[in-house]
Design a protein around this ligand. Structure first.
Ligand SMILES: Nc1nc2c(ncn2[C@@H]2O[C@H](COP(=O)(O)OP(=O)(O)OP(=O)(O)O)[C@@H](O)[C@H]2O)c(=O)[nH]1
Ligand SMILES: [Mg+2]
Length: 435
């Protein structure tokens, strides 16, 4: 599809579009069959054209869409045609930028358009749609409103101490503290939001030969990684994404951890450690048929405080593992399975998804997915907390007002009300052309 927006959109399109039946005037929001012609009047393609007159369009300007048979040459010629008639190429995200500037979309909605386009899992798409519907924007606007109301009272009391109402610092602190807590809570949903949007980074780790690559293949339902009975088979990272129950997971198989490997294996292990450091969820594998190694104990101690599962693999083989000892040193829940037969693998998948959605499926409108939002929310919450602190004892009204103004500014940057050109440039440059 080739899309035009702006006051000349209709005139430009009409110079190259010949409807099947001659029409003096196109009606808005109708689909017209016809031909797109080149400068010599030759047919480029049979197309469907629609005109959406302002303000009932995405950008609130006149918009024309030309639906063709696609294919690079057809698109190139139609594009060249409209450019020759006076159109210019859109910048990345310019249609959505115009929708924002015309007031049709809030900044968080405009950002949600990109989230919709980039969604890689069902859960991410639903959160993005919720943001696009404006739920998040309304919530943010409500924060800003309540802040403005308080600020107005404080400023009135400062500027006109004679006429304005007497301010009760305790009551004011009681109003502001819950707002600060709400802001901080919303900021904290970013952890979950990022997991939904970018995927959960899952790392499979353990000593050589415990079956990490076998488990990866099982989880992917595909023979992705090489499996042999030679310890040290996997020497590099192997990454694949999967989507289970609407949740995106990025699985990484790693080189087994042991001492005394060759140079290649050592380099591979360095990569394993890097990935472990940034993993959201760790699957630490041990072998059911072998006693726990000293190295396992050491690794498990090092993983304390992280999230994950200890996977006892090769459950089909006779037991050589002291399970009680394992339970004592394991920092994560322990699950038993066999990557060879598949027994217990579905249970692991369910537990992994449940661990990601811990605390229930997040309510999409109540969750943020942009690092930018998190920063501004945290800053706003910090300013409000400072304001509350200045209200204690003998209130420092000037400082209270200053903190409230700073909090308002942070929220304004978030919603776009006080967003500068550089911020808009930064946001919309992430879009592709034509969106
Ligand atoms: N009986 C049995 N054998 C398994 C199971 N899982 C893996 N194996 C075998 O164990 C051996 C090692 O498997 P891999 O998946 O290559 O192990 P790895 O942890 O990736 O090993 P490295 O890449 O060397 O670190 C292979 O011979 C597998 O067939 C299992 O559940 N049961
Ligand atoms: Mg392997």
């Amino acid at each position: 599809m080739v899309r035009l927006s702006g006051p000349k959109a209709e005139a430009i399109a009409r110079r190259r579009f010949r409807p099947r039946r001659e029409r003096p005037r196109l009606q808005s929001h109708r689909l017209y069959l016809g031909h797109f012609l080149d400068a010599e009047g030759r047919v480029v393609d049979e197309v469907l054209l629609t005109l959406m007159r302002a303000p009932h369009s995405y950008t609130r300007e006149d918009v024309v869409e030309i639906h063709c048979h696609s294919g690079p040459q057809v698109l190139r010629e139609i594009l060249a045609g409209v450019l020759k008639e006076g159109a210019r190429l859109a910048r990345p995200g310019e249609f959505t930028l115009r929708a924002f500037l015309s007031g049709r979309l809030s900044l968080s909605q405009a950002e949600a358009v990109l989230e919709v386009i980039e969604a890689q899992s069902g859960a991410a798409l639903r959160v993005a749609q919720e943001h696009l519907a404006g739920g998040l924007g309304r919530r943010l606007a409500a924060f800003r409103e309540s802040l403005l109301a308080v600020l107005a009272r404080v400023e009135a009391a400062l500027d006109f101490p004679e006429e304005a109402e007497e301010l009760d610092p305790d009551a004011l602190a009681g109003e502001l503290a819950p707002v600060a807590a709400d802001l901080a809570r919303l900021a904290a949903t970013y952890r979950e939001g990022r997991l939904l949007k970018e995927g959960v980074r899952v790392v499979l780790a353990g000593r050589p030969n415990v079956g990490k690559s076998s488990l990866l293949n099982r989880l992917l339902e595909e023979e992705r990684a090489i499996v042999t009975d030679i310890p040290g088979t996997t020497r590099d990272l192997i990454e694949e994404a999967v989507s289970w129950q609407g949740v995106l997971l990025r699985l990484t198989d790693t080189a087994g951890l042991r001492s005394g490997g060759d140079v290649v294996e050592e380099l591979g292990m360095a990569r394993t450690r890097e990935r472990l450091a940034i993993a959201d969820l760790i699957l630490y594998l041990v072998d059911h048929s072998q006693p726990l190694a000293a190295e396992d104990r050491q690794h498990l101690v090092e993983l304390a405080g992280r999230r994950g599962f200890v996977v006892v693999n090769k459950a089909d083989l006779p037991r050589g593992l002291d399970e009680e000892e394992l339970a004592q040193v394991a920092p994560f829940p322990v699950l038993k399975l066999s990557a060879l037969t598949g027994a217990g693998v579905e249970a692991l998948k369910d537990r992994m998804v449940a661990a990601v959605l811990e605390g229930g499926v997040p309510c999409a409108g109540e969750i943020i997915t942009q690092a930018r939002h998190k920063e501004h929310l945290e800053a706003a919450a910090a300013h409000l907390e400072a304001a509350v602190a200045h209200l204690r004892g003998s209130p420092l009204w000037e400082l209270v007002a200053e903190d409230l103004r700073s909090a308002r500014e942070e929220l304004g940057r978030l919603t776009g009300e006080t967003a500068g050109d550089d911020l808009l440039e930064e946001i919309f440059s992430r879009f592709c052309i034509g969106k």
